[in-house]
Design a protein around this ligand. Sequence first.
Ligand code: ADP
Ligand code: MG
Length: 295
Amino acid sequence: MSEPVLLKSELEGLKLVSRGKVRDMYDLGDALLIVTTDRLSAFDVIMANGIPWKGKVLNRISEFWFDFLGVEHHMITCDVGKMPAEVRRHAAVLCDRSMLVKKAKTFPVECVARGYLIGSGWKDYQASGAVCGIALPKGLGQAAKLEESIFTPATKAETGHDENIGYDEVVRTVGPGTAEKLRDLTLHIYTKGSEYAETKGLILADTKFEFGLVDGRITLIDEVLTPDSSRYWPKSGYRVGISPPSFDKQFVRDYLESIKFDKKPPGPVLPDDIVRKTSEKYLEAFKILTGRSLA
Ligand SMILES: Nc1ncnc2c1ncn2[C@@H]1O[C@H](COP(=O)(O)OP(=O)(O)O)[C@@H](O)[C@H]1O
Ligand SMILES: [Mg+2]
């Protein structure tokens, strides 16, 4: 597998707005160019090396879902040939890993939906019997399916870890009308995504969406239902009482735990076999979800 890795884009003639953990954003006036790099962050720290195919997989999975979901979204095109001339010059770098989007005024809330009790939801439940202030029945095990999926928002921290917040805090931040719309949309998209994933033998345990305003309309932005923003479990590996294997960065997390990584930057160099296995997982996720092959 000799796919070149892009750790950082440098696009001459375009205005860089920001580099997130994974994406580089360029300003094109009303539009933004999102370049999904091959960076991988784990425990909120960016690793020293990249994962071949990762950026392309994430970008193309988001494209697939924006087309599928039927909700207002920010995607204009992923076809570099249809992008402005100053972007097309960089087609060789940008092919498959870039998306032209409508610029949004973002809501500072991570909109999380959970259908299963895992991750920080499971932690909160063990501590308090509730997640984000939503009380749940007693006696649920790790990875238990919830009777109804729940909206469990989190802060969008500029630095450091996101923190779960109650619905009342979302109301304080964006107002009651918007809060209700964000919650309903989050649960609607989660349900639609889960039903599709199910047909591919995958459980969508939980996921995170971001929304913003474009021309005054609430719009789905950022990445959507990717293995970075979502927890997908193959049905075959699912059972209550364990943390089922998922299509995310589990190899990397396990490796980092094994070397007792202190979870502070700079991130370490990942060994070749971890990089290769992680790359294969991303490609496999793309194939299962879309039925198509990238590599
Ligand atoms: N349409 C949009 N308009 C404005 N900002 C956006 C849009 N889509 C995504 N973003 C922002 O771009 C950034 C994407 O880069 P990413 O690497 O995911 O960053 P982060 O480290 O914050 O997760 C996020 O901060 C996200 O909120
Ligand atoms: Mg992000």
